[in-house]
Design a protein around this ligand. Structure first.
Ligand code: BES
Ligand code: MN
Ligand code: ZN
Length: 490
């Protein structure tokens, strides 16, 4: 799909389908629309065929007075829209037009349509929302599903052409990152395992020469003293690997992203129940979002220094797997009693967090992980949990989430929770009991990030959709992370 901007009037633009967002009062009708078109639209409202309810669509063939072949009346609902309502509206229009023969479509922009957001925002995020709605994962079918006809989308709006086009380009770059994140998440766990993720990193480095990739093998990790990472990786035939991608678009200390890359989580010896276990292929969603973010950063050539680390392993039960009761020594020197092998995410992350601090001296570290089922209980699938040991960092991430409708919600990291991790035999246990499971998981990680500004995003509820037609990876939180980094770049 190609995305473009046009300063032409809707009444002059040749397109297969003109999309007009309209509320019940038709208050969004462009001023230049021919009188015949306006009266046709008003008639349809009067006749009760269209009421402007949010998301409603009415497709008209050969609309009166327009060069467009079709007109899609798109219910906007009450104005102005929230950011997320706008993105849903764009997605809904694309869904409705997928089924038509339209190749080219045009979206009529309105400066005041979205609360607190300007045209630049609408272009950038609208482009991303359209790309998101067009996403399909077909690579594992013997025959691909039938392609839709859509080829180009033009946004109609007035303003500095260069600025508007730049916004569309940014939207496309973010969409490319989201798409990569979704593809990696959806790819089945027999194909997508740690060494495969390493190949993906190498492929990215080939595409973007600014990117440098290095890998810590499981053997090297053992030698380095990553006892927690290796305790997880050990139980699988597939070698665990820590993948490091460095993008140096600026001098100075880097910002570090660390992704949980469990390519399949059986639970290990603390085996999970069978129901929906297939969804544990998404347990590398944090890693996938790190890859997607790196891709967008490279596409945009952001002037930042970024170190991205993926802790990739498969959590399997076999003869070498860790047992409940095992005690391991982490790279930090702290010891952990593994009371539940299903709490593996914090084990692979703690060593990656320590390593990136020792090696790269980042000013800020953000880890992203499908860490706890408890997070899904707490927040459902609308917001990711945001934990941070620094107020400004938390605010920057929450703001980035609000700006992109990829929202986070703040969670506590109070010391009061720490005692739940007490162990009679080691410095800490890897689980904190039934209460506040997502908080104690974050508390565990906080013990490895005391000397740096650090945030932890628990994306267990947001990284994928569980059931039904929409089942699959969402690409979250690539929009949040890329926004945060773009804001950092200034
Ligand atoms: N990957 C899971 C968390 C998860 C579960 C995410 C379900 C999304 C849906 C993680 O490794 C895990 O198993 N966590 C345990 C921790 C518990 C043993 C303390 C959990 O949440 O049950
Ligand atoms: Mn687990
Ligand atoms: Zn897991």
């Amino acid at each position: 799909m190609e995305y473009a901007v046009s300063g032409k009037n809707a009444s002059a633009l040749k397109t297969d389908c003109l999309i007009l967002p309209l509320d019940d009062k038709a208050s969004l009708l462009p001023a230049d629309l021919p009188a015949e078109t306006v009266s046709q639209i008003r008639q349809l409202i009067k006749d009760g065929d269209f009421n402007g309810k949010r998301g409603q669509t009415l497709l008209i063939h050969h609309p009166a007075g327009l060069p467009a072949r079709r007109l899609l009346m798109l219910g906007s609902g009450d104005l102005p829209l929230s950011s997320s309502a706008f993105l849903k509206l764009v997605g809904g229009a694309i869904q409705a037009l997928k089924a038509t023969g339209s190749r080219s479509i045009a979206w009529q922009l309105h400066a005041d349509m979205v609360r607190d957001q300007d045209l630049i925002w609408q272009l950038r995020e609208g482009t991303r929302a359209a790309a998101d709605a067009l996403y399909q994962f077909d690579e594992c079918r013997s025959k691909p599903s039938p392609a839709n006809a859509l080829r180009s989308m033009t946004f109609i709006g007035a303003g500095s052409k260069a600025a508007l086009q730049q916004a569309v380009r940014e939207g496309e770059a973010i969409a490319a990152g989201v798409t990569l994140c979704r593809d990696l998440g959806n790819r089945p766990p027999n194909l997508c395992y740690p060494a495969y993720l390493t190949e993906q990193a190498r492929a990215l480095a080939k595409q973007y020469p600014q990117l440098k990739v290095s890998v810590i093998s499981e053997q090297q990790a053992e030698k380095l003293g990553m006892g927690a990472f290796c305790a997880v990786a050990r139980g699988s035939e597939r070698e665990g690997q820590i993948i490091v991608m460095q993008y140096k678009g600026a001098k100075g200390a880097p910002v570090a992203l660390v992704g949980k890359g469990i390519t399949f989580d059986t639970g290990g010896i603390s085996l999970k129940p069978g129901a929906a276990m297939d969804e544990m292929k998404y347990d590398m969603g944090g890693a996938a979002s790190v890859f997607g973010t790196v891709k967008t950063v490279c596409e945009l050539g952001l002037p930042i220094h970024l170190v991205a680390v993926v802790a990739a392993a498969e959590n399997m039960p076999d003869g070498r797997a860790s047992r409940p009761g095992d005690i391991v020594t982490t790279l930090s020197g702290q010891t952990v009693e593994i009371l539940n092998t299903d709490a593996e995410g914090r084990l692979v992350l703690c060593d990656a967090l320590t390593w990136v601090q020792q090696k790269h001296k980042p000013h800020t570290v953000i880890d992203i992980a499908t860490l706890t089922g408890a997070c899904v209980v707490a927040l459902g699938s609308h917001a990711q949990a945001v934990f941070a040991n620094d107020h400004e960092l938390a605010k920057a991430l929450l703001d980035a989430g609000d700006e992109t409708a990829d929202r986070g919600w703040p969670m506590p990291l109070w010391d009061d929770y720490q005692e739940q991790l007490d162990s009679p035999f080691a410095d800490m246990a890897n689980i904190g009991g039934p209460k506040a499971g997502s908080v104690t998981a974050a508390c565990f990680l906080s013990r490895f990030t005391k000397e740096v500004k650090w945030a932890h995003l628990d994306i267990a509820g947001t990284a994928w959709v569980s059931a039904g037609k929409l089942k699959g990876a969402t690409g979250r939180p690539v929009p949040l992370l890329t926004r945060y980094l773009m804001n950092l770049a200034g």
